[in-house]
Ligand binder design. Structure first.
Ligand SMILES: [Zn+2]
Length: 296
């Protein structure tokens, strides 16, 4: 059995599992102070493993960030410049490794979700996939040639700059760092700031969705041009509005304007831009996939 954590800004989803068919137990622990949350996480794994008489082989963590993922860096395993100030410079790898005595593999929440989808979800059979979450925040994880992509730091796909949907629109977005970035314009809080209600409560025929689809399609067109993914998986709270999918697909085709001649986009886009195969479990099962990657 493996331990997995999807570490988010509001809760830590913890799971003991082998794969999606063999889930032993799972729980949600609120994200409060690092000391309190990590103590509760450690208690959960130790007590559950003991009472169920299972040995945990390793731990995978998909975390909010930004993160230091460079294994040569003295700060490897740290959450870095997060707006959640209590968590700045917390080394979650070291804390959990020391107290659980398990090997730990860390990646971004979205890279973990992408890996989960690659192993067991909509990304099965592909080598180059993109997972984008559109919810409280916006982020993207990429699997390139079968492996989670990092680079210099790790991609921050929510913070690319987009063209406004209308020249009359004065809304600059809700991101504290940038004007007109994807997360600032199209996250759940951005929808609320623009339209005055929670995304979940905005009716499906409201003009908010046409604008939302335009922003998401712009971002996807950029990712398609740069990374050429074989499939794009869209998850997160805002994407629970499934009526967005056909709007986004139509706008991606319009924006690319016939330049990319591939049946995946021109004929079968409903199989190219898709919801997660693992539903809302991509992240936490992705953490199990990260733990399992230590076996290889
Ligand atoms: Zn931004």
């Amino acid at each position: 059995m493996y331990a997995g954590i999807e570490a988010g800004g509001t809760k830590f989803n913890c799971i003991i599992a082998e794969d999606p068919q063999n889930i032993l137990t799972e729980t949600r622990i609120p994200t409060t102070t690092p000391h309190e949350t990590l103590t509760n996480v450690i208690d959960f794994f130790l007590k559950e493993a003991l009472s169920r008489n299972v040995t945990l082989k390793s731990l995978g963590i998909g975390s909010f960030g930004p993160l230091d993922l460079n294994k040569q860096s003295p700060h490897y395993g740290c959450i870095t410049s997060t707006p959640k100030t209590a968590w700045q410079n917390v080394n979650i790898v070291k804390e959990l490794e020391d107290r659980l005595h398990l090997p730990v593999e860390l990646d971004t929440d979205v890279n973990a979700a992408a890996l989960g989808e690659l192993c067991w979800g909509a990304g099965q059979g592909w080598q180059n996939i993109l997972y984008i979450t559109i919810g409280t925040g916006i982020g993207g994880g990429a699997i390139i040639a079968g492996k989670p992509y990092h680079g210099l730091l790790h991609p921050e796909m929510g913070h690319i700059f987009l063209t406004q949907s209308s020249t009359k629109d004065n809304f600059k977005g809700v991101c504290p760092y940038h004007s007109h970035c994807f997360e600032g314009l199209a996250s759940g809080p951005a929808l609320k700031a623009q339209w005055g209600q929670d995304a979940a409560l905005i009716e499906s025929h409201h003009p908010a969705w046409d604008q939302e689809a335009f922003y998401i399609a712009q971002a996807l067109s950029i990712y398609i041009s740069i990374l050429s993914p074989e499939i794009i998986i869209l998850g997160g709270g805002v994407m629970q509005q499934t009526h967005l999918f056909p709007l986004i697909r139509t706008k991606v085709i319009e924006l690319l304007n016939g330049y990319l001649q591939t049946p995946a986009i021109l004929e079968n886009i409903e199989h190219y831009i898709v919801p997660p195969g693992l539903g809302t479990q991509s992240g936490v099962l992705g953490a199990i996939a990260l733990a399992r990657s230590l076996d290889a």
